[in-house]
Design a protein around this ligand. Structure first.
Ligand code: SAM
Length: 388
């Protein structure tokens, strides 16, 4: 069932990237609740720009397409999902993809802000602090999420950065947040505390709010960094990929071990790639000869092109994504492994760190001619695979 019915019309919606799990839809009860309430309360939507934050597959954006909204997302794949769903429904009105690292265009009054509350409260805090610079007392702000994802701290952030905040009753396990900005437009003096920096090996690692493990070094990453130091896989490589790079620590370590290495950093997250670029410049003084690419694993964001030539890379380093939804985490990881196998030159190596309960060795053994369990501890394993 791909038809999303709302008081603004019916739309055929699909997830992007596609998933094999038939239970996963491209919208949730919170989207429907929000749109229903909006239509109920406002027969005419407010003048001024409409801003939609964190619309993962475009349920809100397609329903409100006549508003020609700006859509603020951290995942380039979410923007692609929206573009695909516009095309699927032959919508001709325009919308503007706003990467999470860009600020709202100033100068246009904002009438309506709809926020799908992210699970990562740091991202919410960053977005609210930056929204506070551009909303006015007459901007209507409504948040929506699964009720279980709305905590006292969520409401505290709304109060701190924007103004008086109330919540709705829960409906189909979803809840809404209503906020009345009390600040005058552009006068908020409270700055976003992001990006923040932590130290690794005595060197600064900068992290935007939505970067994986943005407050401190992840234990899995730490374990792989230790194995990289021990095995020195980077020493003989000319080219490497940090696949799903986050703040880029794996690539930073590889370049530190081999200054002649050219590394390609890939992530779907605008914040991750920007943090990666900042960290490379901070550590090595310049970004060249390294590359920073948005992508879906090793394909372009629209899935149509390879980011690197097949058979061209010596080393791929990967701490694959894991997700609340087990199927999705595994699907993304498998995609990364399969595409890494294609990208590697003969003799090239893929090194993966993963939780030990994820049995990736059987997938990897099928994709590679040579497989080795390079290291393991109580929580993690490091797989090393080669193409002969
Ligand atoms: C577990 S984190 C690892 C981050 C970093 N390498 C580290 O070890 O700290 C996985 C990363 O993969 C990225 N990611 C998830 N799905 C992706 C996809 N389909 N294509 C590209 N990157 C993806 C996430 O944004 C995240 O930065």
């Amino acid at each position: 069932m791909t038809i999303f019915s709302s008081l603004y019309g019916e739309f055929s919606l699909q997830r992007y990237p596609a998933t094999s799990d038939p239970n996963l839809q491209a919208w949730e009860a919170a989207d429907r609740y929000l749109l229903h309430t909006l239509a109920d309360r406002y027969s005419v939507l407010p003048d001024g720009a409409t801003v939609i934050c964190n619309d993962e597959f475009g349920a809100l954006t397609t329903a409100l397409h006549l508003q020609e909204p700006w859509v603020w997302n951290d995942s380039a794949l979410a923007h692609q999902a929206i573009a695909n769903n516009y095309e699927r429904n032959s919508l001709t009105s325009s919308w503007s993809a706003l990467p999470s690292i860009d600020d709202m265009p100033s100068g246009t009054p904002i009438g309506l802000v709809l926020i799908k509350i992210p699970k990562n409260l740091s991202l919410l805090e960053d977005q609210l602090a930056r929204l506070a610079k551009v909303v006015s007392g007459s901007t209507i702000v409504i948040g929506a999420a699964k009720a279980k994802h709305i905590h006292t701290s969520t409401l505290t952030f709304f109060e701190r950065y924007l103004g008086e905040t109330t919540t709705s009753l829960a409906k189909q396990k979803a809840r809404l947040i209503f906020c009345t900005p009390t600040k005058k437009i552009g006068l908020s003096s409270v700055e976003s505390p992001w990006p923040k920096t932590f130290a690794y090996d005595g060197r600064p690692v900068s992290n935007h709010a939505n970067v994986f493990s943005h407050r401190k070094l992840d234990q899995g990453t730490r374990f792989l960094l230790e194995q990289m130091q021990r095995n020195n896989w980077a020493s003989e490589a000319a080219t490497a990929i940090d696949l799903g790079c986050g703040n880029a620590l794996l690539g930073l370590q590889a370049i530190s071990q081999n200054s002649a290495l050219a590394c390609t950093f890939v992530d779907r997250s605008y914040m991750a790639l920007d943090s990666a670029r900042r960290n490379v410049v901070q550590w090595f003084g310049r970004q060249e000869p390294h590359q920073f690419l948005l992508g879906d694993a090793l394909r372009s964001v629209d899935g149509k092109q390879r980011l690197v030539q097949d058979g061209s890379v010596d080393l791929v380093l990967c701490n694959p994504p894991f997700h609340d939804n087990h199927v999705m985490g595994e699907e993304s990881a498998r995609k990364m492994f399969t595409q890494a196998a294609g990208a590697l030159a003969p003799g090239g190596r893929l090194v993966v760190v993963a939780n030990r309960h994820l049995h990736y060795h059987s997938v990897l053994k099928k994709l590679f001619t040579s497989y080795e369990l390079a290291a393991s501890n109580k929580k993690f394993v490091v797989h090393s695979c080669q193409k002969v």
